[in-house]
Design a protein around this ligand. Structure first.
Ligand code: ATP
Ligand code: ZN
Ligand code: ZN
Length: 809
């Protein structure tokens, strides 16, 4: 009986979205593991492609001639069995390619063709040392990968812990090297050199003896000097005489510089919980203990101590010998929250986020994979962290739409978390001050266990919120970003030495150029959208395709010079504020000022150290910040997101206002919030003003029911694009016909309509939105559409299926 491998190949088409069978080289039978990457020939041209081994068979049911695996890319699996199973489920749920799901789970370094090396880490038998390593301490893995015999030997050495397999970052974090020395002559030749030495040349004599003792090896020069007392000068003489050479020796990248970590012996003690917190920790802890995959909704007002609940529930999971996963939205993955975890759990914490260099990301991933890190704090994709023995999963700010990936595979981290919870028997905690309507509705139905923290830890009331109607303000005082009440309040904090946070809501508006004479707006030549002004580069940029052009001096249409910049950017606000309050020290935080690595951290530290009076920023300052000296929060424009063509527009506005208001008055000083708006009567703004989540919830629920939107209905969005508009429309019409034939009569199919942004990257987009409660035919029909749209009739049409879309624009 031969062993055959099932390989998912890196050829992302619907036809290849299943494993192919390959011969395993005889020498590697029973040695290759599931989850290992391989290179296999594919198709008639025998193209070489990458793939993942996803299983083995004995091949009894295969008739044709099988091709063999060409190369084995890893000495250890890069996806474990759990993640392999998860990837399959994910592909099915998100209508995407299995191969794409596998890659999604891996750190960047393992997605491409990273440089791989095998290092000797323990003494080898002489034969292995010379055959495999030619007497060196490491070797390029590429030299081995298509030699089954060598791989078989390496796999054995790996199992015995004698070699180590490593990925090296190509350019950015080039591995560090130090100087090593290596004899250039053989034993006899060195002996000859010794006989011709001057009798007084003791040092050189010693060097020659030493070299004779290390033939075939490389030794770190510093080490040799220390061990033998031979000086660097003597070694240099030896180099000149041709006895030895200097070579670079690699040192390991240390995954975590030790000084970045708090000392594990001085970790912070848990806080004394209040009664509500204790109830929550007990409820979660009980399920951790009994290994129940219960989902909790923890709704706690801002500053109610949710994070402390997470920390103590995690401590419980660790005490039971299990691991924990803590997810936060990328935007609130601030040093503040990371440090809180590090102070509590020390070096057991691994952090995963998009700001890490590939090498750092891989190092963290590897610490998790080896079981050295037991608590992972990370953004969306950290939900795939290869933790074993998972005991608890937490999603903070569970309502955040960034938990959904908006490109294929279009997964929602919440759903993946629940899948992993079921797999491990681990509870999942969804935490928020403003839960998504979906989650809150489930909690009310008893599908989630509902926990509440209704009070702030400091027993202070939530800060009072004043809503300022900007319409009369503008009439009275002319165009300004600051109303009189806000200015007065800012002045007041300045005189008291307290700090303020100002948020400019950038959602749904951009800074565009318009001609005052003819009304022409500068648009992207590729996309149906206006270009955004960027002062830092002095260019106009398209946020969709990246098109960039200089700021025009005259209108391209009527050549008027009256071309004006509309919309309010943070820079413009900063300039105005500097004029109005010249004595205020301002820190601006937006994409521009935080682009450089480490700036985010630095600006927040400065603000925390009271080196500024005002923190002015975009949405990125709304979440998670905990500064005791902040007593005023101002929202400059509350309503820019309200007008967006999206059924979640009100919910997002309410969430954002609640979150940012929560930054004020978190310690002993009372806080105050001022919200400026042109829609003071809108229920999202009024309910936020009264801190009334429940009222907002019921009001919004009734609108959703009337319009058949989630959580009453599920939604799926289908999108087709083509360079020719009528081709995209035609494809969608065909899909619509198919849907109407197959789906249940109660299911609603809307469209096809052009997307709100109808043209992007020179392609036209049409969409269909499906709304359904229960439709047994849906999943199969959508799978069928994925298959069908790969066929000839759909040439050049790209179709995507997005279950539970977060945006409808
Ligand atoms: N039991 C407690 N005793 C004393 N202080 C506490 C307790 N629990 C939390 N705190 C402190 O109260 C502050 C707010 O708590 P925390 O940040 O956990 O709230 P949160 O609900 O996560 O906040 P948000 O959602 O607004 O970001 C923190 O400074 C925290 O250290
Ligand atoms: Zn013009
Ligand atoms: Zn564009």
């Amino acid at each position: 009986m031969v062993e055959l491998a099932q390989v998912v190949v890196d050829v992302p088409t619907m036809q290849t979205n299943r494993p192919y069978t390959y011969q395993v080289p005889v020498l590697l039978e029973q040695q290759l593991q599931v989850g290992t990457r391989v290179v296999v020939p594919f198709g008639n041209g025998h193209r070489q492609v990458q793939g993942f081994v996803v299983g083995f068979t004995d091949g009894t049911d295969y008739q044709g001639k099988l091709k063999p695996i060409q190369a084995v890319m890893d000495l250890q699996p890069v996806v474990n069995r759990e993640l392999l199973e998860l990837s399959k489920w994910l592909a099915d749920q998100t209508y995407s390619f299995w191969i794409a799901c596998l890659y999604t789970m891996l750190p960047n370094l393992l997605k491409g063709k990273a440089h791989r090396i095998v290092r000797v880490v323990d003494e080898l038998a002489e034969q292995d040392y010379y055959d495999l390593f030619a007497g060196r301490d490491f070797r390029d893995y590429a030299d081995f990968e298509n030699q089954p015999e060598a791989i078989a030997r390496l796999l054995k050495l790996k199992r015995a812990g004698k070699v180590r397999f490593d990925y090296q970052v190509e350019n950015r974090a080039k591995a560090k090297t130090i100087t090593g020395i290596r004899p250039r002559l053989d034993f006899e030749a060195l002996e000859d050199a010794r006989t011709s030495l001057h009798p007084n040349a003791h040092a050189q004599n010693r060097l020659l003896s030493y070299l004779q003792s290390i033939i075939g090896r490389t030794v770190v020069q510093k080490q040799a000097e220390q061990q033998t007392g031979i000086s660097a000068a003597t070694i240099n003489q030896g180099v000149k005489k041709g006895w030895l050479e200097k070579v670079p020796v690699e040192v390991y990248r240390t995954p975590q510089a030790d000084d970045r970590l708090p000392d594990d012996h001085h970790l912070e003690a848990p806080l004394q919980l209040n009664a509500d917190q204790q109830r929550a920790v007990d409820a979660i802890g009980a399920q951790v203990h009994s290994r129940q995959a219960t989902t909790f909704l923890l709704q706690g007002v801002t500053g109610s101590g949710k994070t402390e609940v997470y920390l103590q529930a995690i401590a419980q999971a660790l005490a039971e010998g299990r691991t924990a996963l803590m997810l936060v939205p990328e935007i609130s993955l601030t040093p503040q929250i990371v440090n809180r975890f590090r102070r509590r759990f020390g070096s057991q914490v691994a952090v995963l986020h998009s700001g890490l260099a590939n090498g750092e990301q891989y190092d963290e991933w590897r610490r998790i994979e080896r079981g050295e890190a037991k608590v992972v704090v990370g953004a969306r994709s950290a939900v795939f962290a290869p933790l074993k023995q998972l005991g608890l999963i937490i999603l903070d700010e569970e309502h955040e739409s960034s938990y959904k990936q908006d490109e294929a595979p279009r997964y929602h981290a919440r759903e993946v978390a629940k899948w992993r919870g079921r797999y491990h028997g681990a509870p999942v905690v969804l935490g928020s001050a403003t839960p998504s309507l979906e989650s809150r509705a489930r909690a009310l139905k008893g599908r989630y266990q509902f926990l509440r923290l209704p009070h702030r830890v400091n027993r202070q009331p939530l800060p009072p919120i004043q809503v300022v109607d900007m319409r009369p303000e503008i009439k009275r005082r002319g165009e300004s970003n600051f109303s009189l009440p806000l200015l007065t309040a800012l002045n007041d904090r300045l005189s008291r030495g307290e700090q303020s946070i100002l948020m400019l809501n950038r959602r749904g508006f951009s800074s565009f150029m318009m001609c005052r004479d003819c009304g022409t707006v500068l648009k992207c030549p590729n996309c149906d959208i206006s270009l955004t002004l960027h002062m830092d580069t002095r260019t106009m940029k398209c946020h969709y395709c990246g098109h960039e052009e200089p700021i025009p001096q005259v209108c391209p249409h009527c050549h008027s010079r009256h071309i004006r910049y509309y919309g309010t950017g943070t820079e413009k606000v900063q300039a105005e504020l500097e004029q109005l309050l010249p004595q205020a020290r301002i820190i601006r935080m937006d994409v521009d000022t935080t682009r450089r690595k480490g700036m985010h951290e630095k600006l927040l530290r400065q603000f925390g150290d009271h080196q500024a009076d005002v923190l002015l920023g975009t949405q990125m300052i709304a979440k998670g910040l905990d500064f005791p000296n902040v007593t005023l929060v101002g929202v400059l424009n509350a309503d820019t997101g309200l007008g967006l063509p999206d059924f979640r527009a009100s919910e997002r506005t309410f969430d954002l206002l609640s979150q940012v208001s929560g930054r004020a008055g978190r310690a002993d000083k009372a806080g105050q919030v001022i919200i400026q708006t042109f829609n003071p009567d809108h229920y999202a703004i009024q309910d936020a003003q009264h801190h009334d989540y429940d009222r907002f919830f019921y009001q919004e629920m009734s609108l959703r029911r009337q319009a058949s939107y989630p959580p009453y209905y599920y939604t799926v969005r289908l999108m087709a694009s083509h360079p020719e508009e009528q081709e995209a429309a035609r494809a969608m019409a065909e899909i619509k016909t198919l849907l109407e034939q197959r789906l249940a009569p109660q299911t609603i199919v809307l469209g096809p309509t052009p997307r709100a942004i109808a043209r992007m990257k020179r392609r036209y987009y049409y969409q269909i939105v499906i709304k359904y409660k229960q439709d047994p035919a849906l999943h199969k029909t959508l799978q069928e559409i994925m298959q069908k749209t790969q066929s000839r009739g759909f040439k050049d049409v790209q179709v995507s299926i997005d279950p539970d879309p977060q945006y409808f624009m």
